[in-house]
Design a protein around this ligand. Structure first.
Ligand code: ATP
Ligand code: MG
Length: 339
């Protein structure tokens, strides 16, 4: 029997921060390396998804490659034959299956997607694209083309997984067994563990999460920050006036955030719990982050671009073959090819 497929997208965007690294990149890389023996792992860059909202197109291609390099620097194994790394737009079947699925998708069904409502609320009417509207259909195509069972997503994407299941079941009912239906969201969470919920907080306002679209960037440690800049941000982190180091996100979100960053970078938070000043904790976190950034930036510089390009080309050939098979099955079912 063919291996079950785990599929996940690596979004191409600039300005990644340690929140993205600790909360998304590293878990994704660990997941891939951990499951690659038993599963087929598909890691793809959703480059067609990148401009559902306006972007600078001059930078897209390079950003895609840069982002992939960041994953490699974070430990993604380019030599594992069970890990496929590819760009969505290099597999034309994604676009073609999207169109076919579009024609079986209800307008009302898409109108109910909360992420569309959230994102379109932030744009003026003339900038809300049809692409943003039917983006969940492209996401369904991304998943169904490879028969993926497991797709790790945050809560903001759960509704899209439910939609993928719905459209797969609808097409299967109408045309016979065309698609593997991905596991329900609950089973996905059970499979991946709920550490998907980790959120590093903004250093200046620990009540909100660290986010790259923050206007000032003062509370955000970017992966490209120099060690000195990062240290300054950590030393300046907002804490509280309770003067006792405790892990309690309700009463002491700033201090708790620092403890978590320390632990996630391999430090020992217990050394500081109970202390009645914050200075030593801040210094230790600043030091850890500085060392981490130096190492990470060093690894990034040494990523072998030609090995990465070679991996992309090999994966894209293999995934084109797999995706085309699914597409052909669908084309026959809907009457575009001789059954
Ligand atoms: P934006 O402000 O544009 O939404 P962002 O900083 O929130 O950017 P995203 O591109 O939305 O980053 O998210 C990329 C990945 O990083 C997602 O998997 C998301 O869950 C994760 N992530 C984002 N912010 C944090 C954070 N502060 N802590 C942990 N994980 C995070
Ligand atoms: Mg975000």
């Amino acid at each position: 029997m063919a291996k079950q497929v785990i599929l996940t997208g690596l979004r191409a965007n600039n300005g990644l921060h340690i929140g993205n690294y600790l909360g998304a990149l590293l878990p994704m890389v660990d997941m891939a390396n951990k499951h690659a023996a038993e599963y087929q792992i598909n890691l793809f860059v959703p480059d067609l998804h990148s401009f559902t909202t306006p972007i600078d197109h001059m930078q897209l291609y390079e950003q895609t490659i840069n982002n992939l390099k960041i994953f490699v620097a974070a430990g993604l194994d380019l030599n594992n034959p069970n890990i496929h790394i590819y760009r969505q737009s290099f597999i034309p079947a994604h676009s073609e299956l999207t169109w076919i699925l579009d024609c079986f998708t209800g307008f009302g069904e898409m109108s109910r997607m909360t992420q569309f409502k959230d994102k379109s609320d932030k744009l003026s009417e003339d900038r809300i694209s049809v692409g943003l509207f039917n983006y969940p259909v492209l996401m369904a195509a991304d998943i169904l083309l490879y028969g993926a069972s497991y797709v790790p997503v945050g809560d903001d994407q759960s509704q899209h997984i439910e939609f993928t299941r719905d459209i797969a079941e609808r097409m299967n009912a109408k045309f016979g067994e065309l698609f593997v239906v991905p596991k329900p969201v609950k089973e996905q969470h059970a499979f991946f563990g709920k550490d998907q919920g980790l959120r590093i907080r903004d250093l200046t306002d620990p009540h909100k999460k660290m986010s790259k679209s923050d206007e000032t960037g003062k509370g955000v440690v970017f992966l490209g920050d120099s060690a000195d800049t990062a240290k300054r941000k950590i030393i300046g982190a907002a804490t509280d006036s309770l003067n006792e180091v405790r892990h309690d996100y309700t009463a002491q979100p700033g201090v708790s955030n620092l403890l978590d960053i320390l632990t996630l970078l391999g430090g020992n938070a217990q050394d500081f719990v109970g202390q009645n000043q914050y200075g030593p904790l801040k210094s230790a976190v600043a030091e850890k982050v500085a060392v981490f950034l130096d190492q990470f930036q060093g690894s990034l510089k040494h990523v072998d671009t030609s090995a990465l390009t070679h991996k992309l080309e090999t994966s894209e050939v293999a995934m084109n073959a797999q995706a085309s098979q699914t597409l052909y099955r669908v084309q026959k079912a809907v009457g575009l090819r001789v059954a």
